[in-house]
Design a protein around this ligand. Structure first.
Ligand code: NAP
Length: 313
């Protein structure tokens, strides 16, 4: 009997993914029926899931074996009470590469003071505005998972003094100063001239960067947030930006997306808004991850990248 896979995502994604998924499943000898429609939910074995597919109630999917998220961030599904089967999040080489590019680009932009040069093409020769070397600049990356660790490695390879902070301790890394929640966050923040947020949205990370923690950053620190909007207390960040305590923030993710046109972030001179484009799941590589997970479950093996529903990531 074929394995039935529902692709629950926007129609435009189905067009992009279908050939890659079909190929990746066939390469693993899987006999699958892929469909973007759930005509008979009780016959579905796997759901490939995007929050934009609109599926909220898994109650009718009585034969479901696993849900395979196309997104790395799973906050919209991890706490869904109707979901009673294992959930895998997306770890995808394309997603990781894109995030490394985004983080490296914006960190270098801050490090080199590029915005100042762009804003001041005014005929004044400011020859004393020499940036320090990367090794003289400390960047802290909060979150050392698939994306945070790769971003920290990219920054360390560029020469930055790189701190990587996560919930649990990690094995020593030759170029990343690893810290964990056991060490607290205060000392890490105090050193972070540039702070990169790559934590998931969970109850434990909500408003992690509040007024108290913002006040611990070095004066004129810069923030890059491609993690999730809920990590930052927005009012506290706006106040810190207005006071000049935080020099600039580049924000890719927000509590409400799309960011409403009248939101103060759009108009703030010390904020760059990017529209949740830091990293995108790539159909060719992500389809391999989805097919691999279907093959693993069919063979009675554990899922790759299974979400801990209690932790929410
Ligand atoms: P991941 O592999 O699950 O890693 C999450 C990291 O956060 C882990 O290092 C984890 O610590 C740490 N963490 C979680 N809760 C914590 C807490 N309370 N205190 C301290 N550290 C905590 O996730 P990922 O693949 O790296 O992705 C990170 C996030 O990036 C996603 O959740 C998503 O929100 C965001 N994202 C954004 C985009 C975009 O385009 N903007 C694209 C993809 C993903 P442990 O290692 O100790 O568990």
């Amino acid at each position: 009997m074929p394995v039935r896979v529902l692709f629950s995502a926007p129609a435009s994604d189905w067009t992009l993914y279908e050939p890659h998924l079909a190929r990746a499943c066939a390469a693993r000898g899987l006999d699958v029926v892929l469909s973007p429609d759930a005509d008979d939910p009780a016959a579905v074995d796997y759901v490939v899931y995007s929050p934009k597919g609109g599926l909220e109630d898994f109650g009718a999917f009585t034969r479901l074996k696993a849900v395979l998220s196309l997104w790395a961030g799973v906050e919209r599904i991890a706490s869904n009470p109707t979901l009673r089967v294992p959930l895998a999040r997306m770890v995808d080489a394309g997603l990781t590469e894109g995030m490394c590019d985004y983080v490296a680009g914006h960190v270098l932009r801050y490090h080199l003071g590029l915005d100042d040069h762009l804003a001041r093409q005014d005929g004044v020769w400011r020859g004393d505005a020499v940036p320090p070397l990367a090794r003289e600049r400390t960047v802290a990356v909060l979150g050392q998972g698939a994306l945070g660790r790769a971003a920290a490695e990219t920054l360390a390879a560029l020469g930055f003094r790189t701190i990587g902070w996560s919930r649990t301790p990690k094995p020593p890394h030759p170029r990343i100063d690893g810290r964990s929640a056991d060490d607290g966050l205060a000392a890490t923040l105090a050193e972070a001239e540039i702070l990169v947020l790559l934590l998931p949205a969970t109850p434990a990370t909500e408003n992690l960067l509040d007024a108290d923690r913002l006040a611990r950053l070095p004066r004129r620190a810069c923030i890059v947030n491609p993690g999730r909007g809920t990590l930052i207390d927005d009012a506290a960040l706006l106040a810190a930006l207005d006071a000049g305590e935080v020099a600039h923030a580049t924000l890719d993710v927000f509590r409400e997306e799309p960011l409403p046109p009248d939101h103060p972030y759009w108009h703030h001179p010390r904020v760059t808004v990017t529209p949740h484009i830091a990293a995108e799941t790539r159909p060719s590589t992500a389809s391999e991850v989805v097919a691999e997970n279907i093959a693993r479950v069919e063979a009675g093996r554990p899922l790759l990248h299974e979400v801990d529903r209690a932790l929410g990531y």
